[in-house]
Design a protein around this ligand. Sequence first.
Ligand SMILES: [Cu+2]
Length: 149
Amino acid sequence: MEIIKRIVLTTIFVMAAPVMAADHTVEMLSSSNGEMMVFKPAVLKIAPGDTVTWKATNPGHNTASIAEMTPDGDLEWNGKINEELKITFNKEGVYGYKCTPHYILGMIGIIAVGDNLVNLSASSDFAAAEEKKFATNKERFTSYINQLK
Ligand SMILES: [Cu+2]
């Protein structure tokens, strides 16, 4: 009886394993809580294997990876305006992304995958230099990165 119980429990565990990968949602918004041109949530901490779906809640936005802020050179995305996009993150590290037309307004977001954020300091340096060029939300990039430290 004990062996049958063990087999059943093992089977349930194996079947449940793929379901454990979570799907997170990020909304693309023109305004939220007094903030303009913003992803919500803008800082996301997820596990390797999780997916993120960007929802075109407000019109006029997209999500595009930032080449200088990724631990995975093979993972790039460039969504169309108003397009819902779903990406799976397998490699640990910091991923920065932007809304292409509103990058200059500081419409950016951060995804931290796992605990081993190998490119955190490189991303921090890039963000600090980059946000100086923004017309609005000039401290946003650094404040997002600081939420990971
Ligand atoms: Cu936008």
